[in-house]
Design a binder for this molecule. Structure first.
Ligand SMILES: [Zn+2]
Length: 512
């Protein structure tokens, strides 16, 4: 272990931390699996530690935005990562990080690969990551498959398949020779700090599969890192549960939890068994967002490009120009709308809100967030600088104007109570402040989806909205404080590793 790791505020050594992220697993699904005895390892963690079943994701509740929030401690407005896709006004193009196969194909596989592996972490991510912050404190990190992983160490591309693609596509400028990551970084055949003997799986089905990125690999490398106690901080990511749920629904997710639990058990066993694991390590396990079942017919797809009519277009290759004044970027059950100057927001909002499947619209106006739903409108902003107001569960005061029922908010005894839109003010505010989110953001009614930039949409289930079913996550924690928001993970980890001491010094300095 690095020398600096042995220093902390009390002189005692904080336990190393394992952070497990299970993409898209709903709290109620995991809870049922634990109750039925189908998830013994995660059940052990919940029983020995603390469990939160109503934690909250960010908005949009979609993987790139949510994983960026986990890795940086910042909402999308500060992390810079809004969703699977957004429109870059400066470059005049839609940036796609990858999603459905059709979306990847319509955008161009090499470009998506570039965006996902290089551009997102290097160019678009506007906040420091946990790996960078821990490195400043002399603490090394290890990362397996997690998409947001920028760090201080350079990792060369290992996969021959990428070099082959570079030649084939003649797009070598898009695929760099290396990326920056934590000390130990593993992502299939693409990047590996050391030869684990676990890579080298070739497969069919596109670049992602051909570079060996899969959950069994993640569990194998995770087990190796834990057995070696390789790093004070280890992050292991499992993505398959999300895609299974998109294609096959929540019943399939429920079955898949058993597989995920086996991976967790394998990692615990590598560390000497569950008891020893929790003795030696602090463990955090959480999901990044939830999932909402879709209606069984094609009406589940809200085709925004068509609804907004002439002058509007949704697609991976659209940009403003003659005849095009609205760019629509669907992100599953949320959508980002970008306007050319002169577009009347009111007209657009009235139109989309009259359509089946569009639950709410939100935008930024003169320093306020505005949300409209069911004919009710609420303006809101943090009251941090302008005085007092009712407070949310995290203690932040908010100023309102309009009808709080637009967000099912109830105010009693100076406290804010949420209904179907958990932590709605903080989450909307964490999105709307970013110019990258566009001029209006939409959230879909349960059962519906806006699909993706390719015009395709998922079969069984989707996410991205402000609604609780997409937004609630589970968090299990042992040996470390339990976060309620994804953005709480970083401060809790920094505190665990002794950043609290440095913060105290900084605050003392400021007062003096
Ligand atoms: Zn998903």
């Amino acid at each position: 272990m690095p020398e600096a790791y042995n220093t902390s505020k009390n002189g005692s050594v904080p336990k190393p931390v394992l952070l497990i992220v299970l993409d898209g697993i709903r709290p109620d699904v995991l809870r049922a699996a634990i109750r039925d005895g189908d998830a013994p390892a995660l059940g052990f963690l919940a029983e020995r530690g603390e469990a939160v079943w109503d934690g909250v994701s960010v908005f949009p509740s979609i993987t790139p935005a949510a994983t960026a929030a986990i890795a940086t401690g910042e909402p999308p407005a500060e992390s810079g990562i809004l969703g699977h896709a957004w429109y870059d006004r400066e470059e005049g193009r839609v940036v796609v990080y990858g999603a459905m196969r059709e979306t990847v194909i319509s955008t161009g596989p090499v470009k998506v690969f570039h965006n996902n592996v290089w551009r997102m972490n290097r160019d678009d991510l506007t906040a420091p990551t946990l790996f960078e912050k821990l490195d400043e404190r002399g603490i090394d990190g290890a990362c397996v498959n997690f998409p947001v992983r920028r760090g201080p160490h350079e990792h060369p591309v290992r996969a021959r398949s990428v070099h082959r693609y570079k030649r084939l596509a003649n797009r070598s400028e898009l695929l760099g020779a290396s990326v920056d990551g934590p000390k130990e970084y593993y992502m299939g055949d693409l990047f590996y700090s050391r030869d684990t003997g676990l890579h080298g799986r070739t497969g069919v089905g596109g670049l992602r599969r051909s570079v060996g990125i899969n959950d069994a690999y993640a569990a194998g490398v995770g087990a190796m890192l834990l057995a070696e106690k390789a790093a004070p901080f280890t992050l292991v990511y499992f993505f398959k549960g999300d895609s299974i749920t998109h294609h096959k629904g929540l019943a399939a997710q429920r079955r898949h939890v058993t597989t995920l639990d086996q991976y967790v058990e394998d990692m615990f066993d590598a560390a000497g068994g569950p008891e020893k694991m929790l003795e030696d390590y602090a463990v955090l396990a959480l999901s990044d967002h939830g999932h909402t079942p879709l209606l069984p017919n094609r009406r589940r797809f809200v085709r925004l490009g068509r609804i907004l009519g002439e002058g509007a277009s949704a697609g991976s290759r659209v940009s403003f120009g003659p005849g095009l004044e609205i760019v629509v970027v669907p992100n599953g059950r949320s959508a980002l709308l970008y306007f050319e100057e002169g577009v009347e927001r009111e007209k657009v909002v009235t139109n989309v809100l009259s359509r089946r499947g569009v639950d709410l619209a939100a935008w930024r106006e003169d320093g306020w967030g505005v949300v409209r739903r069911l004919g009710r409108e609420l303006k809101f902003r943090p009251a941090d600088t302008v005085g007092d107001g009712p407070r949310d569960a995290a203690g932040r005061a908010w100023e309102f104007s309009g009808d709080p029922r637009a967000l099912e908010i109830e105010v009693s005894d100076g406290g804010i109570g949420y209904g179907e839109y958990p932590d709605a003010l903080e989450r909307l505010w964490g999105c709307l402040r970013s110019p990258r989110c566009g001029d209006v953001v939409l959230s879909a009614t349960p059962g519906y989806t806006f699909g993706e930039v390719s015009g395709n949409f998922h079969e069984q289930s989707d996410h991205g909205s402000l609604h609780a079913s997409d937004s609630n996550v589970f968090v299990l924690a042992s040996g470390i404080s339990v976060p309620h928001r994804l953005t709480d993970v970083v401060p809790i980890l920094l505190d665990h590793f002794g950043a609290g001491a440095e913060t105290a010094v900084a605050e003392t300095g400021r007062k003096a």
